[in-house]
Ligand binder design. Structure first.
Ligand SMILES: [Fe+2]
Ligand SMILES: [Fe+2]
Length: 239
C-alpha cells in the first residue's frame, strides 16, 4: 500500500491510502482518502480503517503534530470513515469526535471520548475556516450519514458520493468523475436509495461547492452544483 499527502486547497490536505488490485475486489484497486484541515483547531475528516492508523498518522505528521488535532469528523459510522477513531483520540488528547446527532446517539458508546453531535445546519468554527454540518440520512447509506461543507473554500467533504474505482489517480481532477463513479455503482451498488435521496442531493447542491473532497478517488474541482444535480438525475433514472 502507498500513502500520499497533497494540498488540494489552501490548508486542506488529501491523505490517500492506495490499495492495489490484488488486495481488494475493485477493478484497478481502490483509494481511501482522509482530509486534514489545518487551522487553529485542526480537523481530520475520516480516519481510515483501523489497520491504516500508522499510515494516516505518519502522513499527518508531515504537516503537523497529530497530538494537536482538535476535531475528528466523519460522515457515518463505518470502518473506512472512523475505524481508527479511538486510536486518533488516544494520540490527540484534546480531540473530539464530530458527527451527526443521530450518530452520537446510536454510536457514541463506541467512541472513547464523548462526541460533538452537530444538528443539521450547525456550524463549527475551527479558526479561519468554518464547517457546516449537513444531515443526509441514508445518502448514500447509514441513518446517521451527513457531510461537512467548508465555507471559505467552498469545499464539500462529500464522503462516499462519487466513489471512483482504481488507484494512482491525481489528487484533484477536473475530468468527469460521475461516469466512473456510476460505472462502479452499477456493479457494486452501495446506495440505500431512500425516498429522500433526490431532495437531499438538491439540499447539498445548494451549498454551491467548487471542490468535492471525495473519499474514494480524486477530489474534483468544478461546478459542484451541476455535478450533484447530475447525480440526482442518474439516481432518479432521469438521465
Ligand atoms: Fe460508507
Ligand atoms: Fe467510504
Amino acid at each position: 500500500m502507498k500513502t500520499t499527502i497533497s494540498e488540494v486547497d489552501e490548508q486542506i490536505y488529501r491523505i490517500s491510502v492506495e490499495v492495489p488490485p490484488e488486495s481488494i475486489p475493485v477493478p484497478g484497486g481502490f483509494t481511501f482518502n482522509q482530509y486534514l484541515l489545518v487551522d487553529e483547531e485542526p480537523l481530520l475528516f475520516h480516519t481510515g480503517p483501523r489497520p491504516f492508523f500508522p499510515f494516516v498518522e505518519a502522513a499527518i505528521e508531515q504537516v503537523m503534530p497529530v497530538k494537536n488535532l482538535k476535531h475528528i469528523g466523519f460522515s457515518h459510522y463505518e470502518q473506512d470513515e472512523c475505524g481508527a477513531l479511538n486510536e486518533f483520540l488516544a494520540a490527540a488528547p484534546g480531540a473530539k469526535p464530530v458527527c451527526s446527532q443521530v450518530n452520537a446517539l446510536i454510536n457514541g458508546g463506541g467512541m472513547d471520548r464523548a462526541p460533538n453531535g452537530l444538528a443539521d445546519g450547525a456550524t463549527l468554527r475551527i479558526g479561519k475556516k468554518t464547517l457546516r454540518w449537513i444531515d443526509t440520512p441514508h445518502l448514500p447509506h447509514g441513518w446517521e450519514c451527513g457531510y461537512m461543507f467548508e465555507e471559505t473554500t467552498r469545499t464539500l467533504l462529500c464522503g462516499d458520493l462519487f466513489t471512483q474505482p482504481g488507484s494512482g489517480m491525481a489528487p484533484v481532477t477536473e475530468a468527469d468523475i460521475l461516469g466512473p463513479s456510476e460505472a462502479m455503482r452499477q456493479g457494486m451498488d452501495y446506495y440505500s436509495h431512500g425516498t429522500a435521496t433526490n431532495s437531499l442531493l438538491h439540499k447539498i447542491a445548494d451549498t454551491n461547492p467548487v471542490l468535492l473532497a471525495c473519499m474514494h478517488g480524486s477530489a474534483w474541482r468544478g461546478n459542484g452544483k451541476i455535478l450533484l444535480l447530475g447525480l440526482a438525475g442518474k439516481l432518479s433514472g432521469k438521465n
